[in-house]
Design a binder for this molecule. Sequence first.
Ligand SMILES: Cc1cc2nc3c(=O)[nH]c(=O)nc-3n(C[C@H](O)[C@H](O)[C@H](O)COP(=O)(O)OP(=O)(O)OC[C@H]3O[C@@H](n4cnc5c(N)ncnc54)[C@H](O)[C@@H]3O)c2cc1C
Length: 591
Amino acid sequence: MYRAPVDEIAFTLKHVVGLEKGLADGRFGDLSADLVDAVLTEAGRFATEEIAPLAKIGDSQGARFKDGKVTMPDGWRDLYHRWKDGGWNALAGPVDFGGQGLPIMLAIATMEMWCSGSVAFGLGPTLTQGAVEALDKHGSEELKAIYLEKLVSGEWMGTMNLTEPQAGSDLAALKSRAVPAGDGTYRIFGQKIFITYGEHDFTDNIVHLVLARLPDAPAGTRGISLFLVPKFIPDADGRPGRRNDAFCHSIEHKLGIHASPTCTMIYGDGKADGMEPGAIGWLVGEENRGLACMFTMMNNARLQVGIEGVAIAETAYQKALAYASDRRQGRAPGYAGEGMSPIAGHPDVKRNLLTMKSLTQASRAIAYSCAHALDMAHSSDGADATFWQERANLLTPIAKAFSTDIGVEAASIGVQIHGGMGFIEETGAASLYRDARIAPIYEGTNGIQAIDLVTRKLPQSGGEHVLGYIGELKADAEALRKSNLPGLGRTADRLDAALADFEGATRWLQQAMADGRIAEALAGATPYLRLFGLASGGAYLARGAVAGRDVARVSLARFYAENLVSESAALRDRVENGAESLEAAAAALAG
Ligand SMILES: Cc1cc2nc3c(=O)[nH]c(=O)nc-3n(C[C@H](O)[C@H](O)[C@H](O)COP(=O)(O)OP(=O)(O)OC[C@H]3O[C@@H](n4cnc5c(N)ncnc54)[C@H](O)[C@@H]3O)c2cc1C
């Protein structure tokens, strides 16, 4: 059973990504280290004692659909209400609307714990919090007054409606329509698929944020607007009133996250009693600028999806470690006990466990660093704010894609450590593997993240931002070398080599983009993202080792540097030299 690693989470926040300095500088008002610890401890208790025990029924029973209604698994509605009543949804929400205004770092750390308990549970609040951010930034004062307080508290939940059958990664193909009604509202028509928490019984109302096209809107992504479409239109007292023409048609049967309802939503089919066809919607932001508004929500959601990967990796590691300590097979070299030894003593199982553990720590540090950058951007002005926003922009695709790949890898290794029992549902290792598989797909596939990294993030500040970031990581490697901590082995050398590969591949991609060799650059995008994650993860582990000066952190940083980071040379080679063989083989096989 999952136990929230509260101490490790607190250490990473404070000493690896900079929360401690932020507190000392008074950046977060009167927030103190004691309050941070209290929040994390209580979140850890809730995730461990209340969410995790309901994960299994969530997986086996799943969300159920009948007559247009979705019933959540037994016990989940109460669970949601206990969670909401604990104020967890409002943690980082805007203070003007009942939020606690705490740092995003803390919200992300607690999200890790909710998702370690059950990703299917954490997913609903992910979208609500994204809706809060989009509405807070782009909504009219009138919309904010009606909806924000209820969304911030979690009394109502939010959804994000982009995907249509013909428009997945490419939103330019989106067809849903919005027609002005002449009274300041719009009528929305269209079908959206795969809408997470599009219908459920957690809350009295659901607030859908829907992308659609106005009549005569320009083609492509410049002609998309964002609309708020409530399931029930609030009455004069702000309570759920008339039913809107926005209905869930069905829910999907999926590989994993069974308790998260994935809905086909139909807008404007004329199914609401006493209403002309057309779901009533309100414009959010400006006409034809919907994608920019939605990106506010998507950047937040991308980081939160990244944390799902960290969360699953953590749970998978804990489960595998417990099993490996208990299960006995063979005799590990040097085992002095009676009979068979625990499998945890076999070098190959040790390697698997340490791979899981160190990749989890590395991806956690990356995701928290991204959250830290957002907090710094929000609490800075002028050039500082630009710097930190660029840092958050740079780290978002890594936090999303590297961490979710690690989630899948760790869950897979976890199944392997369980042997045959890993393939049997009873242990829960299999469900983690199934749940992990969606995260590299939704919120922009990991392939799309890699393209975003290379084409939009590397050019920031004329290419200098990423190079400055690599410089900071080099300083971490240098600090580790100078620390002379016992047991470091070749850690600093390996990190230096990896960071040199990272810098070399970065400069190569920047040049390729500048030369217009776009296909070459795109062919290397995914190996580059992996290289970025591996190398920066190694530097963060080194930073933790220097800060903690304890044997566990030092030896984990060393294991990672000597066993995993050395892939960097091969990854750099794939970035710089992979395109030719890729094009040649693809052409030969096609012809
Ligand atoms: C369980 C679940 C929940 C979801 N929740 C939501 C939600 O709440 N709201 C919502 O709007 N959507 C949601 N989605 C949709 C999800 O975001 C999309 O499935 C995802 O963006 C990919 O789109 P697609 O499925 O159409 O795949 P496609 O776009 O068809 O992609 C297929 C493959 O082609 C690759 N590819 C596509 N275009 C390119 C390109 N230009 N360059 C390189 N490779 C490319 C992709 O990386 C991918 O590997 C959800 C999906 C699932 C399965």
